[in-house]
Design a binder for this molecule. Structure first.
Ligand code: NAP
Length: 320
């Protein structure tokens, strides 16, 4: 089968399409034939070995895909050959024609959800759920600022928060992005490049500020976020691309909490709960992933350039 392999850390050009043997499932494992593969910003950090987090070389990148079960091990009961599934993590990497998973890593893909949308579920939706509900404990009746709502995680957060009964304010950097954020359920949409937009957040909450901020770019926004936060508010840091200096008194003055979020640290029990909620949300139509662009698997280097550009209105997906 064809797979993208990385044999040396570096820029997008280290992603090479190669012929590799198809994996065979062990007793508890599932082999999935991928119809679409999700590209996440973390795939670029691992490829370039940012913070020495790169996987052992050589490797096939990616954790997210959607497709059809090709084969299952003897003791697999969750799925059978031919089932439509999305993949949340894998043993062999997702940027490939087929992906080997533990059975706990595959989840039902309802018939109303396309394979491209299926590839947009795992990291974005699971992270948004973990941040919003497990870390920030967002409750119905509260308000949330999704700071960067046009990307994969942001769109997921808007839909999950809206379905749970929070008032949702989303931001995006382009007109197209803002339109999509509104269409996906945000009550209010702001431009994170416009001067004074955080003052609007305070006005929209009747002067109180928001209860929760989901932050996609903490190194740029953290200091200013406190001005838009309610008393006893929580800031969940999901994305950060550099260092930030801020006055800790801002947190003291509001009894505020700054919460780190890493999906990687969600427990197996939390992950099982997250995917149960996501499958149901996909079935009942409250969760509708947005695909910005589909790119052939062989052009994986281009997908890594596109995913790091500004001006999002959805998810970048590779097609094997
Ligand atoms: P993405 O699809 O590339 O989207 C990036 C988002 O950031 C877009 O909505 C973009 O908006 C927004 N943005 C750009 N400038 C901003 C600003 N000044 N203030 C607020 N938002 C701004 O990425 P993603 O998959 O949604 O992930 C978002 C971030 O979370 C990335 O840094 C990613 O690495 C991180 N992440 C972390 C975890 C975790 O476990 N902690 C998991 C998944 C992702 P415009 O393009 O409209 O300007």
């Amino acid at each position: 089968m064809k797979a993208i392999r990385v044999s040396a850390y570096g820029g997008p050009s280290v992603l090479k399409l190669e012929e590799v043997p198809a994996p065979q499932p062990g007793a508890t494992q599932v082999l999935v034939r991928n119809h679409a593969v999700g590209v996440n910003p973390v795939d670029t950090y691992l490829r370039s070995n940012t913070d020495n987090r790169g996987p052992k070389l050589p490797y096939t990148p990616g954790s997210d895909s959607a497709g059809v079960v090709e084969a299952v091990g003897d003791s697999v009961t969750r799925v059978k050959k031919g089932d439509r599934v999305y993949v949340g993590g894998s043993l062999s990497g997702a940027y490939a024609e087929m992906t080997l998973c533990e059975q706990t890593q595959v989840h039902e893909l309802p018939g109303s959800v396309s394979y491209a949308q299926g590839a947009a579920i795992n990291v974005p939706y699971a992270t948004a759920f973990h941040a919003l509900f497990h870390r920030a404990h967002g409750e119905a009746g509260e308000s949330v600022l999704v700071h960067g709502a046009s990307g994969g995680v942001g769109i997921a957060a808007v839909q999950l928060a809206r379905a749970r009964g929070l008032t949702v304010i989303g931001t995006a950097g382009t007109e197209k992005g803002r339109r999509m954020v509104a269409e996906r359920g945000a009550h209010h949409v702001l431009d994170h490049n416009a001067p004074g937009y955080l003052d609007e957040v305070v006005k929209l909450t009747g002067g109180q500020g928001v209860d929760v901020i989901l932050e996609m770019l903490a190194n740029v926004n953290l200091q200013n976020d406190f001005g838009a936060l309610a008393m006893r508010g929580r800031i969940a840091v999901i994305g950060n691309r550099g260092s930030v200096e801020f006055n800790a008194r801002l947190a003291m003055n509001k009894n505020a909490a700054i919460l780190g979020v890493a999906l990687f640290h969600a427990t197996p029990v939390q992950l099982a709960g997250i995917h149960a909620a996501l499958v149901e949300g996909l079935r009942n139509g409250t969760l509708r992933p947005v695909v910005q662009q589909e790119i052939p698997l062989a052009q994986a280097p281009r997908s890594h350039e596109v995913v790091m550009e500004n001006g999002h209105f959805g998810k970048i997906v590779l097609v094997p």
